[in-house]
Design a protein around this ligand. Structure first.
Ligand SMILES: [Mn+2]
Length: 282
């Protein structure tokens, strides 16, 4: 499993080479019109970028980890046209497309061609090793038995500020460790399962899942114009917008502040908790 530098895309090697991306937010540009910004849809540009990446990585499958479109519950006027033509274009150069819906994907079924496979919001696992989920909903229990969980939803960014007050904001990859026991406890209680003894035994008994302490990888959004969450907003630690975290992060079972942050070009920045806006990057 490797990030495809310098793109916000991950290549999952194996029998079927899958390219994983997240958070396209098709329709975002249209929503900016209210602020006086009139930008044409960037969807054709993203399709072209994906064509190049898929060719370069020889991927047989594209997996989109949610937030294909931008309007949360309804389908925006431009989305009716932009989303179907985006998928039609992709299907010309990739054999299979999987979509795991995000919180912005209300009514997405109406817009995607039949050949695109939609999965439940609870995500899916590949070879029992990699769990895939957008991040706004609880995962299916099997995901807690994986070595790695790949998530979107956060749109992670860091902001660097220099002594003159100039700043830059960069999209980042995050790699965090987790405590499977904590995650499983919260999941079991969410599912209304009685917990006697440790959560690992209960996961085995109820779901035949061998609990793991998965590494969690948060993918930067594929839409490069999109806004994101600056995770080093305050010195000494970040503060997440509550609505934009999801149950896994809210369970406190993922050590997000200790996550390793990488720029899209692969440069390692350090751990999130060590990157302050006015710290070592000034
Ligand atoms: Mn999103």
């Amino acid at each position: 499993m490797n990030p495809v530098i310098p793109y916000p895309a991950l290549l999952l090697k194996g029998a079927d080479r899958s390219l994983i991306i997240s958070d396209l937010h098709i329709g975002w540009e249209a929503s900016l019109a209210e602020q006086g910004l009139h930008i044409p849809s960037q969807a054709p540009k993203y399709a072209e970028r994906l064509r190049l990446i898929i060719k370069e990585t020889d991927s047989a499958r594209l997996i989109i980890l949610g937030d294909v479109k931008h309007e949360v519950a309804r389908v925006g006027l431009r989305e009716w046209g932009d989303v179907p033509s985006f998928f039609q274009e992709l299907l010309e150069f990739v054999e299979e497309i999987y979509v795991i819906p995000g919180n912005h994907d209300g009514n997405l079924e109406a817009l995607i061609p039949e050949r695109v496979k939609m999965f439940p919001v609870h995500g899916l696992t590949i070879d029992h090793k990699v769990g895939l989920i957008h991040g706004h909903a609880w995962p299916r229990p099997e995901i807690l038995g994986c070595d790695t969980i790949i998530l979107g939803h956060l749109h992670p960014m860091i902001r660097l500020l220099d002594a003159a007050g100039f700043s830059t904001t960069h999209q980042v990859w995050l790699r965090a460790s987790s405590d499977g026991e904590v995650l499983a406890r919260k999941l079991l209680s969410h599912l209304g399962r009685k917990l006697e003894g440790d959560a690992g035994d209960a996961m085995k008994r109820y779901f035949n899942v061998t609990l793991s302490n998965p590494h969690c990888i948060f993918i930067p959004s594929f839409n490069s114009l999109l806004s994101g969450q600056v995770l080093n907003r305050f010195e000494g630690g970040a503060r997440l917008g509550k609505a934009y975290t999801g149950p896994l992060l809210r369970s406190n079972g993922i050590q997000l502040m200790d996550a390793e942050a990488y720029l899209l070009d692969g440069v390692y920045l350090g751990r999130l908790s060590d990157i302050s806006m006015t710290g070592k990057f000034t």
